[in-house]
Design a protein around this ligand. Structure first.
Ligand SMILES: *Cc1c(COP(=O)(O)O)cnc(C)c1O
Length: 406
């Protein structure tokens, strides 16, 4: 679904130009989607939200009834998420954890560590010995597994099965399992295996990957209680109506879980949970012709919504026509049917969407870019060119609605 929800549509049109651009999040849409995802998953499969996709406190809070916990990938996310949703289980992953971050996580009693390297395991073991009385810091070893059969061929961000800085090399598994089970690290408890191998997989590919991970983990020959098969569920920016098939995925995970009654299976999606609840709304400032093509320059740009630049796609959008034109100067308008939407930055990379079907688009018309609820504002280079920050509006929420731009 590309069209703004009613609440987003109304807010996008009612804000004065000086309060644009604005991120508009529809928390009711988020709750509905998260409830659907949760309902599609078997009860025995745990759902963690990967906070890096969108860590806005309102988003984390809205998700709380539907998720079993949160995956955090830095000390900053750890502190932030613990504050936003106190008492909820956290899994601490990410490469390059510093000793200070690990110590803070131990002191805070983080439920799970996703260990990314042998060095990290040694640091964690020593800091656990110093920090935690008794035993039992729960460890999942993150492995960079090669999953077979071209299951990752369709992925845009594959990071498994080839050289990457993520996770442990599977060839080291027997050694690491031994260290964690022969008393070398008495303060650590090996709970299981974690793998996050790719982004952008559809349901059959995800199931093939999940099955490979579980079979590999159970083949280690040591009793494990948890396998986390990661996130990366596909989001199709070119066809926003095509959603990841959570129903098929849930059924497949149900079959996998039934084959392994001793295991808790866990998934940790980010993008596919929150992307659909966010819009970046703005107005057209200028319309111009250049060498046979037409361009509309909108207020804002990829310094707020970097997603189309990083992924090299056209951000899906809807035009919301505005009839009033309050200015004494003429109103620029497009002659043609298709137009490229760019931002205010002085770089040719500031492209939001190319060849948008928007006949007669005018300055003053509004544009709502959809699929802006994940990896959008928080991955953007906000300071470049020193334009003002967008506003943030959390619609249909039970908590505070508007947060002024900072
Ligand atoms: C980023 C990340 C996720 C979430 O990935 P999505 O593509 O947003 O679903 C999950 N787990 C780990 C370890 C990650 O780094």
């Amino acid at each position: 679904m590309n069209e703004p929800t009613a609440a987003v549509h109304d807010r996008a049109l009612s804000l004065p130009p000086t309060e644009l651009p604005a991120y508009l999040y529809d928390l009711a849409a988020l709750r509905e989607h998260a409830a659907f995802v949760r309902a599609a998953l078997p009860e025995r499969v745990e759902l963690y939200y990967a906070a890096k996709a969108n860590p806005e406190p309102e988003i984390l809070t809205a998700l709380a009834p539907y998720v079993d916990g949160y995956e955090v990938s830095s000390g900053g996310e750890l502190a932030h998420v613990a504050m936003a949703v106190p008492g909820r289980p956290l899994a601490f992953g990410g490469p390059g954890k510093t000793p200070d971050e690990i110590r803070a996580a131990l002191e805070q009693g983080v439920e799970r560590f996703h260990v990314e390297s042998e060095h990290e395991l040694r640091v964690l073991a020593e800091l656990a010995r110093q920090t935690v009385p008794g035993t039992g810091v729960a460890v999942l070893l993150r492995f960079n597994l090669a999953v077979g059969d071209g299951a990752l061929a369709g992925s845009s961000l594959a990071m498994g099965g080839r050289p990457t800085p993520f996770g442990l090399d599977p060839s080291r598994a027997p050694h690491l399992v031994r260290l964690l089970t022969d008393g070398t690290y008495p303060h650590l408890e090996l709970r299981g295996v974690h793998a996050h191998l790719a982004s952008g997989l559809d349901a059959p590919e995800q199931l093939a990957v999940a099955r490979s991970i579980v079979e590999w983990a159970t083949g280690l020959g040591v009793p494990l209680s948890e396998v986390n098969v990661g996130g990366g569920m596909s989001v199709d920016y070119a066809h926003p109506g095509r959603r990841f098939d959570w129903t098929a995925y849930g059924e497949g995970l149900g079959r996998l879980a039934a084959e392994h009654p001793e295991l808790t299976l866990r998934i940790e999606p980010g993008r596919a949970l929150t992307v659909y609840c966010g819009w970046y709304a703005t107005e057209v400032l200028d319309v111009k012709h250049s060498h046979g093509e037409e361009f509309a320059v909108v207020r804002g740009g990829t310094h707020h919504l970097r997603t189309p630049a990083t992924k090299g796609h056209d951000q899906p959008c809807s035009v919301l026509p505005v009839e009033e034109w309050p200015h004494p100067w003429p109103r620029p308008a497009a002659d043609g049917e298709h137009i490229t939407l760019t931002g205010q930055l002085c770089t040719p990379k500031d492209l939001l969407a190319r060849n948008v079907h928007a006949p007669g688009l005018r300055a003053g018309d509004r544009v709502a870019f959809s699929l802006a609820g994940a990896y959008a504002w928080n991955i953007s280079h906000h300071e470049f060119l020193m334009h003002p920050r967008p506003g943030f509006h959390f619609l249909n929420g039970s908590v505070g609605d508007v947060r002024p731009s900072g």
